[in-house]
Design a protein around this ligand. Sequence first.
Ligand SMILES: C[S@@+](CC[C@H](N)C(=O)[O-])C[C@H]1O[C@@H](n2cnc3c(N)ncnc32)[C@H](O)[C@@H]1O
Length: 211
Amino acid sequence: MLIPIDLPRRWDERPVPAEIRLAITAARQRIETFQDCWDRDAIEQFVAADYEAVYQTLAWVKESQPLPGNRFCEWGCGFAVVACLATELGFDSIGIETEPDLIRQGRDTLADWFDPPALGPELVAGNFLPPGTECLADDPTLPSLGHHSDSAYESLGLDLDDFAVVYSYPWPGENDYHCDVFDARAAVGAIHLQFAGPHDVRVYRKTGTRR
Ligand SMILES: C[S@@+](CC[C@H](N)C(=O)[O-])C[C@H]1O[C@@H](n2cnc3c(N)ncnc32)[C@H](O)[C@@H]1O
């Protein structure tokens, strides 16, 4: 079962270090350029979260929440900005992305952000859905289901329950599905952080009791 965790009052006033703001701004400029050029259908297009808000939330989680380990995963990392933020906060961070164009962009983000880039998160091409979790969706048209890349967990040699924190930015209508996948396969005590829209960052903890 997932328990929502309330963010503290004025969580969004937490300072974001200047060097982090600069790195976010540089990545955002590349994202805007990419979005202006990319010729894929709207449904497939990459949409960027509010990275300052995600940083503020993740920093609070790291500082205040008991965690069952130090591994972090960004589901559908795109430009891998949140995976980089997690590295900055001291997590062992991994980003998973199905779109080859976006994995390349994520690697460029690492090259800009870290010197050498190997100091940044690990990026893996593949599907973030653990095998067998597609059937948890009650709508077969959810965008997360439409990818046929191999499971990223196999190439990582890890399972979803090896991660202490999992972040996602679900497409509209699939927030509950991401929660259900996390609930089914994450470790007890692990945290799921979702960017659900402007000023809507959600934090859940998986407890031992199943619904
Ligand atoms: C709304 S964007 C969010 C990007 C980034 N995480 C952020 O917060 O700015 C969703 C991303 O998830 C990727 N994605 C969707 N379904 C996926 C799946 N099943 N496996 C891997 N990546 C997926 C998309 O290609 C896209 O890059």
